[in-house]
Each structure stands twice: as C-alpha cells, then as structure tokens.
Design a protein around this ligand. Structure first.
Ligand code: F3S
Length: 409
C-alpha cells in the first residue's frame, strides 16, 4: 500500500503513540481490503459510545488513546451514549453506569471530538456535501450519507472511525471508489409508502430481499436501485436508511428521483440494472405486521427518535401533547443541538408539561433499559429489531402520530 512521507512519519510515531496506533489500524484495514493508498477525509462519525456496549475494555482503549496524545484532525462527532448526559437521573440511570459513561465522553472530548452524541450528525452540523470522502460509523448514518447526500464512506467500526479522526485519512477501498457505488439490482416498489413506519417496513422488505440475493450471488450483496417511491421526506428517509441497514446490511442504495448520485452518471457510465425484484403492497404490509408482536394494552414504554428526531418532528410531538398528560414512560430521543432549538421554540416546555421525557444524547436501544420494560411502541423498524434482539421487549410499530397517542392511552 502506497503511503505518503507524512503517513510514513505518522506510522513511525512522529505524532505520538495514539496517532501511530491509529495509522497502524488503518494500514491493517487497507491491507485486508486491498487499498492502494490512503485518502483524506473531512468528517468522522464515531460509534461505540454507550458504556453499555463498550464495557471496561472499550473505555480502557479510549483512555489510552486520549493519554497517548490523540487529537482529531477533522470534524468528528459521536453516536448516542447510554444516557442523557445532563438529565440522566430523570431517566433512572444507575449512578455507577453514569460515572463510567461520563469517563467515556471525557476521553472523546480530550481528543477534540465534538461530543454531540447523535446518530443524525447530518442534522446537527456534521453535514458533508455530495462527493465528499468521510469516515462514518453508525449504519443508519452511513446509509444516509452515501445514498441521500451522495458523500462517500465505508461502514466504519468504532476503532477505525477514531483512527480516521486522529489521522484525517482512511484507506481508499469500498464505497470510496466510484466503481463500487453502481447498483446491481433494481427494486421496483409497487406499493404506497409514506411515513416513518411504512418507509421502515419498506426498508425491511427490501433488506430481506437483498439478503436473499446475497445468498444467490455467493455472498456478493448488490446495491439496490429503488424505483416507484414517489416522495420521501428527510425524516422518512432517515427511517428507511436505518431499516435497510439493519435488515439488509446495506451501506447505500439509489432511489430514482430522490437520491442524487445515479442521476449524475452519463449513459456511458452506467445503465439501470436489468435484474429486477418487485416489492408489492403485500410485502410491505407483511414486513410491517412482522414487527408487531404484541397488543397496545401491553405497551409500557413509548419512544420516538430512532434515528434521532428532527426539529420538525419535535414540533409535531409538542402539537400533539399540548395540554395533555402521558400515562406511560415516553422518551423523546434527539441530539442536544436539536433539543436546544426545541427549548428556544417552547416545544420542550410543552412536551415536559405532559410528563414525556427528553432522552437527549441517547436512545431506547443504547441506554441500559433491559429488564425495565416489557413492550415498546415506536415508529422505527430499527428500534423494533434491537428492542427485541438486545432488550427482549415485544414491539408495536405504528405511524408517528399514533405512537404519541399510545403514550396518552
Ligand atoms: Fe440512532 Fe439509537 Fe436508532 S443510535 S438509529 S436512535 S438505535
């Protein structure tokens, strides 16, 4: 693998132990994937922030990197942590957990990371533009960046994202190379899909088909070129990205008339794939039904904000909760900068007066909530997956407004 003289110097330890270790990680990764060189990145998103996932070993790695002089070279933000950094007591977080979680965030802050703790960094100032090379972890954000924005990132893990932050580089392979971004299958959606829950169900239906295709193609999973979706908001696209990444392991897709990249290519550069799979209304309905394994009477936990809520969604929650009282634990999960906008607009006061709680910096999946609840109501297909797999909750998937109504029942 070709390295510049500066990259050789980093590898030799000229910029300290942590940066050296970071370059070692990237060279090892580049060697495994056959990268010919490193490329500069302009933005990093680090996952693996919740102490619930990191544990002592992860915290030890981070404190060593911070003590070893690691400093970010590019704009770097964090995925959700295991708690609301300011308001963790209101969420009944164990003080011992809170102590360790704070140490994790301090280690990142020491390295110059912007500690926003959100899975929608693109709504909070870490917003790359089309064609920009970045190194993001967090599967839903990776998919959003590649597909909706048209930036270029592989699906990084926590250590490789941190390594990119400390060196400002990533190995040039995978989705950084144009030839690996071409669609290999057309997915023709012959169904009406609007709203977060339906786009999430569509993501599950397509993701499941992509997994099947990978089986038929000896493990090679094609990038989907999705046709037939006529309209999608930022909010429903973040839901779709989270779902297709969760159920199909997809790091990117193209959506005709909605995502930008395929439209930029000339006919000489690509032709739409001829292999086609059809998604019917019945497929979407079946995917939706599969995420409902309980009745609303059993719901004892309600959460919106997977991925983290936009300010537009928070405004809608405030409108629906105005003058009412919730009867269940209801978490509103979002990024702190978005919460600050909600404070400014008076939405926070309205929402908190109803008894609903902001769970800023965290979410219903990465917070340590296992054993505290039995059944979750959400509009997120991704949250359904992890609520079951990680926390053993039953789930109810509903449209956004109906989830708010569930909290009021
Ligand atoms: Fe974000 Fe947590 Fe969902 S990290 S995508 S809100 S599982």
């Amino acid at each position: 693998m070709y390295l510049t003289s500066e990259e050789h110097a980093i590898l030799a330890g000229k910029h300290g132990k942590a940066t050296q270790k970071a370059m070692e990680i990237l060279v090892a990764l580049g060697t495994i994937y056959g990268a010919e060189r490193m490329i500069p990145v302009t933005s990093v998103q680090i996952a693996g922030v919740s102490y619930d996932n990191l544990g002592e070993a992860g915290l030890h790695f981070l404190t060593e990197m911070a003590a070893g002089g690691g400093r970010t070279r590019v704009l770097t933000t964090l995925n959700p942590a295991g708690m609301d950094v300011e308001n963790w007591k209101a969420l009944d977080i164990d003080p011992a957990f809170a102590e360790q979680q704070k140490r994790v965030i301090e280690a990142f802050a020491h390295m110059g990371v912007v500690t926003t703790c959100t899975c929608t960094p693109y709504l909070s100032g870490n917003t790359p533009h089309y064609g920009e090379h970045i190194a993001w972890a967090e599967s839903s954000a990776v998919c959003y960046a590649n597909a909706v924005i048209g930036a270029r990132t592989n699906r990084e893990g926590g250590p490789s994202a941190l390594a990119a932050a400390l060196t400002g580089r990533t190995p040039a392979y995978g989705y950084h190379l144009e030839e690996n971004r071409k669609p290999g299958i057309r997915i023709d959606v012959q169904a009406q899909v609007t709203g977060n829950d339906r786009l999430g169900a569509l993501g599950k239906a397509i993701g499941t088909k992509l997994e099947g295709e990978a089986g038929r193609r000896k493990g090679e999973k094609p990038i989907a070129y999705v046709t037939g979706v006529v309209q999608a908001s930022v909010e429903s696209l973040k839901s779709f990205c989270a779902s297709i990444a969760t159920y199909g392991g997809a790091a990117m897709f193209h959506m005709q008339g909605i995502t930008p990249e395929a439209a930029q290519w000339t006919p000489a550069q690509w032709a739409p794939p001829t292999d086609t799979l059809i998604i019917t209304q019945a497929d979407v309905d079946a995917a939706h039904r599969s995420m409902n394994d309980t009745i609303s009477g059993e719901v004892d936990f309600v959460s919106l904000g997977c991925p983290h809520l936009s300010i537009r969604e928070i405004a809608r929650i405030a409108e629906l909760l105005e003058g009412k009282q919730v009867t269940k634990e209801f978490w509103i999960t979002t990024a702190r900068p978005t919460k600050q906008m909600a404070d400014m607009m008076g939405y926070t006061a309205t929402i908190e007066a109803s008894g609903a709680k902001f769970a800023t910096d965290t979410c219903c999946v990465v917070a340590p909530v296992k054993g505290r609840f039995k059944a979750l109501a959400t509009d997120s297909a991704k949250a359904c997956y992890y609520a079951r797999a990680k926390n053993k909750f039953r789930t109810v998937l509903k449209p956004f407004d109906d989830v708010v109504a569930e909290a009021l029942k």
